[in-house]
Design a protein around this ligand. Structure first.
Ligand code: UD1
Length: 314
């Protein structure tokens, strides 16, 4: 049994990682500030050790890594528009906290840190799909923050010999993604609106595209990145390799929910990327990764989950 720290483990992706680790019989500690995470995401995981605290405090980071072998660093304020509105708060959560965690992990001789990077690092580089060797072009504070920390991770590998891997996520969705904020991920917003018979808002012309990735694929990719040999210091896309426009997404969610609505259109968001699609060759080669749940299947499961969650909270 190995000992894992999942930062941001009370959040959407972190809670799925914790759940899978427990299922595999591993020992799990979670640290979460509960700024965006929720205790309710942990009620079905009685076996975890929960530490409430903010990694922007170095003492919390040191407590969190104490005795741990692997760190899965998911904690962040994960929103492009929120970072545009309030770059200082997101910088603190996304950069300052991460640097503390890396220093603490180095000093505690953690075996490996797997960091949740973001496809936003690519910005509007013209070629699709996005390959890890491409130049980056952050368009928002969030994108820049995610890029800075992946570079910190690679630097810590070179400079201090701390093993790190960055998994660059592409628009992850699934059960437990919180739809309650205007900054929430678009799939959670579309499903919660249409399941209640309300029209969702498409920002821009709806022809922007995303490689929407069901969370189970990310969990698999991260755990592979945690244990693969010879990948320290690497940055690896974790996605499905497909591309769906928001107009298409709207139609599929409408069909799945049976909503009788038309989309409303609003102004394009500042800092928005036009097209995003991953090349997953590197993940295949280095991690033996292969998407296990398709976009369509993942979306159907997610709609079912939101329906059941709405019933249990009604
Ligand atoms: C970005 C990153 C992603 C990261 C995420 C964290 C890219 C390509 N992706 O996602 O890797 O994990 O930030 O938050 O940069 N939209 C609507 N209506 C809404 C809400 C959003 O049309 O009500 C649109 C947005 O303008 C955008 C798309 O939906 O074009 C996706 O938005 P969102 O879910 O917020 O994620 P990204 O910003 O693409």
């Amino acid at each position: 049994m190995a000992h894992y720290l999942v930062t941001g483990g009370a959040g959407f992706i972190g809670s799925h990682l914790a759940e899978e680790l427990l299922r595999r019989g591993e020992r799990v500690r979670i640290v979460d500030s509960l700024i965006t995470g929720r205790r309710a995401n942990l009620t079905h995981l009685p076996g975890v050790e929960f530490l409430e605290g903010d990694l922007a405090d170095l003492a919390v980071a040191r407590r969190a890594v104490d005795g741990v072998e692997y760190v899965l660093h998911q904690a962040a304020i994960p929103s492009v528009p929120r970072s545009v509105d309030d770059p200082i708060t997101s910088n603190r959560a996304n950069i300052d906290a991460s640097l503390n965690l890396l220093v603490a992990a180095r000093d505690a001789k953690v075996r490996r840190v797997v960091y949740a990077g973001s496809s936003s690092a690519y910005g509007n580089t013209p070629t699709l799909p996005k390959v890890e060797t491409m130049p980056t072009g952050p368009l928002s504070p969030y994108a820049l923050q995610k890029l800075v920390v992946e570079q910190y991770c690679s630097l810590f590998s070179q400079l201090y010999g701390l093993e790190t891997v960055t998994t660059r996520y592409f628009n992850v969705f699934g059960p437990r993604q919180d739809p309650s904020s205007p900054y929430s991920g678009v799939i959670s917003l579309f499903i919660s609106a249409m399941a209640a018979g309300r029209a969702p808002t498409i920002l821009g012309d709806g022809e922007q595209t995303r490689d929407f990735t069901f969370v189970a694929n990310v969990v698999d990719g991260v755990l592979r990145a945690c244990h693969a040999e010879g990948v320290s210091g690497q940055v690896i896309n974790v996605a499905t390799g497909g591309r769906i426009s928001l107009n298409q997404l709207f139609r599929v969610v409408r069909d799945l929910t049976g909503a009788q609505v038309e989309a409303e259109y609003g102004p394009l968001r500042a800092g928005d990327v036009r097209d995003s699609q991953a090349d997953i060759t590197k993940a295949r080669q280095l991690l033996g990764y292969e998407p296990i749940v398709t976009f369509e299947e993942g979306l159907a499961r997610t709609v079912r989950w939101y329906r059941e969650a709405a019933l249990t909270t009604a």
